[in-house]
Design a protein around this ligand. Sequence first.
Ligand code: MIG
Length: 630
Amino acid sequence: MIRKFTMGAPFPTGAVTGTVPASGWDRFPYIYNTEDGKFVFTIPLEPDEIVYGLGEAPRGINKRGWTYRSWCSDDPFHTETKTALYAAHNFLLVKDRGIFIDFPGEIVWDIGYTHTGEAAVTVSGTDLDIYTIEGESPSSIVKEFRRLIGRSYIPPFWAMGCQQSRWSYPDADTVREVVRRYDEAGIPLDCVYLDIDYMERFKSFTVNRESFPDLEGLAAELKEKNIRLIPIIDAAIKKEDGYDVYEEGKEKGYFLKKEDGSDFEGGVWPGITCFPDFLRPEVREWFGKKYRFLTDMGIEGFWNDMNEPAIFYSEEGVRKALEEAAKLKDENLDLGKFFHLKNVFASLSNNPDDYAAMQHQVSGKLVSHAKLHNLYGASMTRAAGEFFEKEFGREKILLFSRASAIGSHRYGGIWFGDNMSWWSHILLCLKMLVNVNICGYLYCGADLGGFNDNATPDLVLRFLALGVFTPLMRNHSAMGTRPQECYSFENTEDFRDVVQVRYRLIPYLYETMRNAAENDTMMFRPLSFDYPDDPIARECETQLMLGDECMIAPVYEQNVSGRTVYLPEDMTFVRLSGERVLKEELPKGLHYVRVALNEVPLFLKKGKHIPLCRPAMRTELLDTEDTEYI
Ligand code: MIG
């Protein structure tokens, strides 16, 4: 049962594809008010109530006991103290009801933080649509919600392969070397990524012809080997005379403005840049077509970055900061002044004043970006996704994005941004899988091995053993960190064993993801969805149900030879490693299971079987018909 409540004149976000007639506010199930131009409502929480949702966000599967913020944020420190990551997924599931707030600006979700017994939601405006969905079970509510927002994006089959990335592989020979070393180590691989350095001075839709003199040739040469090259696209466009994308955008008035009507300029990788107004259909169409520059070269996949949008600084911000500094020039700095000054400079990036200054054009009127912020990255994904679908048809082009908002799940996947090579981030990824599935994102994953900081071989292996199950299985790391490609460590056979398991599972995983898209269901579920009356399963934050057959429980700590796992029913414990399959029947209850570094643990429900094919070096080389059931 879906109800829609409309207040004021909501901005058409495009999140919802279905139509629902509006209900009167007398039927709204919560107490609400609209003071100070905000819409605030409270949801009573029973003591043992679990709250799901909010998609890509910090902390647990159960969102209770913290405050979250819908505000797409470029923040590479995914610690427990954070309130927001790169996405704004405004769906909450409490008790027998789902609540979706279709609103493009900031929302604060105090989920039992201020008052344990209540969730207080503050929407930063009063023009909004709220949908409430009542149902018998969490799964049925999610299904109805997903039907409302439309079918999830599915990538081409080869995007299920193992993918290798690094910021950056600087030139064509390094890319060839990555493929060669994977092949030599016998580790399967399908994609190699190009980070910002393939571009000419970080300009989207250009190629640095010194380091990649023949990108089309390289793409073709790799395609011969069934390897795809996946370049990054950054949202902001360098301000530079003679750069066609900039000149066209400027001439057509397609960039975000300032209140005085001039183009807003901000500093990002290329230096001073302008920001396409992706919220306008004509700008999306224009920008989408720009990808042709690369698809014409044989490129079949992209990752969209910096689209929160991330802004390192604006000249206005720097000017103000320098003024602050000048004021203190001849003064003795006391501690207060010192920290003030430090803060002035530290807060230059992604500054609210800049977001407020940027103006979108909505039906000929200027509207501050601050009010529409959360649609920016999602609209960039939509620009690309709509073009790909029109030009190549569905499921032909791989596309995923850093920033997102519900609605963009129809056009592309997401990755979870700049995590760390930290053990705790294995679990952070696991927890997010559930909540992003609820919000429509199926093709997703974290930077395996961790993006920032130095990785160790055991961390990368344990991370991969979770990544074996995530639709996007990509190893990616930051500049300056220890190399973490699967061939970088002494024990390459262990890496081969783990990655081969992925290839054996691909037919099953692709099918499971596709079913989830077609039936509006979740690929990964919390145990509580399947075993609502089991008190231990209900609270489990370190294991997930996968499809209708499996449970997964990765090892997530260093220097341990296994982990404790809870079986909500009798299951078969399966250890997969290369072509080896070891099985053990385990009764319902708590167990300590041992898992070697080269093994992938999996639990099969009673009477359920899944197909495994023979491993191959590429997805194209898999014989998906030749499967054995375990
Ligand atoms: O400011 O392109 O999340 O995956 O390697 C950093 C360089 C910009 C952030 C992305 C990361 C990518 C990096 N980018």
